[in-house]
Write a protein that binds this ligand. Structure first.
Ligand code: NAD
Ligand code: ZN
Length: 360
């Protein structure tokens, strides 16, 4: 298909305290299916006040999942799915409460509850055979855009790749800015910069268009208010804005494409396990020649918030490591194509990509 035909979230609730409306939001689904719900909650909240406000019923299953230090795996999803189906059969729905990792777990689980076999079989575009169960995303850390994207990124034995199809997208998202108030300042910065980089990359390439630019411009302007201008900082008002920026940044890249930083970031994460948003920051600091304006602004934001990014990482890597990282990045041709145009193959060679990694 020449033009993308993307699936958006069915329903969105937004505003401070909106999480308290979860019970009434899922009531119609409970009535329709007369079945239980699965709550997938970031283990950070285990024992914290939020864990007493989940609004789960006695029949529901609640899992607190530790997303540190590893990003979600196919093995985790398969084990969880088998356990849930064996214990209680098919649920009415899945509710994910957490950051990008939990968003991806909730999306992948909702798909794998209705699709047989291992999730490794479905890593890729439109490989899923049957519709998912109903699923809700409640982000507690903002920036990746995982709350709106069509993909559930999983690390498998062979590849780090999403289950990507229309059914991956959440049926409902609840954006409650109060939930991101407890995010540590360094992560508030890295994840917000993921949004910023999404927009810079979405704008700088051949696939941008009025649709992606409109969302991207708005998200960039919010990022400037949150991280750069007078009034910047981790305040309730800025948390209101960050939740919207994350969503709009996600929509911008959905209708355009990410670029060089994300292509490299996948290589760094796959080989070294570096977390997505942090990996992007570590890389973007070295891309002044490719994204000059975005880089200049990013550097100002780094300075303003006293962020200390690691340097000299590549000194410890041998040629084999460079090869492995570059291979992962090289195999994301749509990102290089977007960033460099139709003759991208002449620019983004393995040697060129390895040289970019040598900058780190
Ligand atoms: P995360 O979910 O990995 O969480 C990062 C850390 O923040 C964890 O320690 C978590 O426990 C903690 N945390 C979460 N909410 C908190 C809160 N309110 N207060 C304090 N601590 C909190 O973070 P992320 O950066 O949002 O997500 C990264 C993941 O998202 C990666 O697995 C990446 O692959 C995935 N991702 C997915 C997409 C997509 O479109 N599906 C896009 C980009 C990244
Ligand atoms: Zn990203």
């Amino acid at each position: 298909m020449l033009h993308k035909n993307f699936k958006n979230i069915d329903k969105v609730t937004y505003g401070r305290g909106s999480f308290s409306q979860l019970t009434e939001t899922i009531e119609p689904i409970r009535k329709e299916n007369k079945n239980y719900f699965v709550f997938i909650v970031d283990n950070y909240f285990n024992g914290k006040p939020l864990s007493t406000k989940l609004q789960n019923k006695a029949e529901d299953l609640v899992y607190f999942i530790d997303v540190d230090p590893y990003e979600p795996t196919t093995e985790l999803i398969d084990t969880l799915r088998d356990e849930i189906l064996a214990q209680k059969g098919l649920p009415s729905g899945v509710i994910g409460i957490g950051g990008g990792s939990i968003m991806d777990i909730a999306k992948a689980l909702s798909l794998m509850l209705t699709n047989e076999g291992s999730s490794t079989l479905y890593q890729g575009l439109n490989l899923i055979k049957k519709p998912s169960v109903y699923h809700i995303g409640v982000p507690t850390i903002s920036g990746t855009g995982a709350e709106v994207s069509m993909t559930a990124v999983l690390t498998g034995p062979e590849k780090k790749l999403g289950l990507k199809c229309d059914w991956t997208v959440f049926n409902q998202v609840i954006l409650d800015p109060e939930l991101i108030a407890s995010v540590p300042t360094d992560w508030w910065f890295y994840t917000g910069m993921d949004t910023y980089i999404h927009c810079i990359e979405s704008h700088s390439g051949i696939r941008n268009n009025a649709f992606s630019l409109a969302y991207g411009d708005q998200a960039l302007s919010l990022c400037r208010e949150i991280y750069l201008n007078d009034g910047a900082g981790q305040t309730p008002e800025n948390n209101d804005k960050l939740m919207v920026a994350s969503l709009m940044g996600g929509l911008s890249l959905t209708y355009s494409e990410v670029g060089v930083c994300h292509a490299l970031s996948y290589g760094l994460s796959k080989i070294h396990g570096t977390r997505h948003c942090f990996a992007n920051c570590v890389i973007f600091q070295h891309l002044a020649d490719i994204y000059p304006k975005g880089h200049a602004e990013f550097s100002q934001m780094i300075k303003k918030h006293n962020i200390d990014l690691p340097q000299g990482l590549s000194k410890q890597w041998d040629e084999d490591t460079f090869d492995k990282m570059a291979t992962v990045s090289y195999n994301l041709p749509f990102m290089w194509n977007h960033a460099f145009g139709d003759n991208y193959k002449e620019i983004a060679t393995m040697d060129y990509i390895k040289d970019l990694f040598r900058r780190l």
